[in-house]
Design a protein around this ligand. Structure first.
Ligand SMILES: [Zn+2]
Length: 131
């Protein structure tokens, strides 16, 4: 049996970070469905699980690898965003955070200096805010 599975998996993609995420996400959705009976959760969970198996047995390895890279890129972006928000929260007594009105660059200014002129280091726009 084990040998048969091994034979079957030759030349197929197998599992990766994205598949781990998909299988856990679908499991969580199905468990929440059992608790809440919201049919949408079951549909989405089954679709994610189906996609996970499709990827595992796929023979198009380069395409699957590319998907996995994209998954890690998105994951990193989300993680960076959250760690930025955490820093912002931790330093909320020391700094004010503003966005440049021109280029949306996030800017940090020390608190308690009254009204100050802020110049964006990225695009050079100047604006006045309370610090
Ligand atoms: Zn700017």
């Amino acid at each position: 049996m084990k040998e048969k599975i091994r034979q079957f998996m030759i030349g197929r993609y197998g599992t990766d970070g994205l598949n781990q995420f998909l299988s856990i996400a679908s499991l969580v959705l199905i468990l929440v469905y059992i608790l809440t009976r919201l049919p949408l959760l079951l549909y989405v969970g089954v679709v994610l699980l189906g996609f996970c198996y499709y990827r595992m047995f796929s023979r198009n390895i380069s395409k699957r690898t590319e998907e996995n890279y994209k998954y890690y890129a998105v994951k990193d972006r989300i993680r960076n965003k959250f760690s930025g928000l955490k820093d912002q929260w931790d330093n909320r007594r020391l700094y004010h955070y503003y966005r440049c009105p021109q280029c949306r660059q996030k800017l940090r200014v020390p608190r308690g200096r009254g009204r100050i002129q802020i110049s964006c280091p990225r695009c050079g726009t100047q604006f006045i805010k309370k610090s």
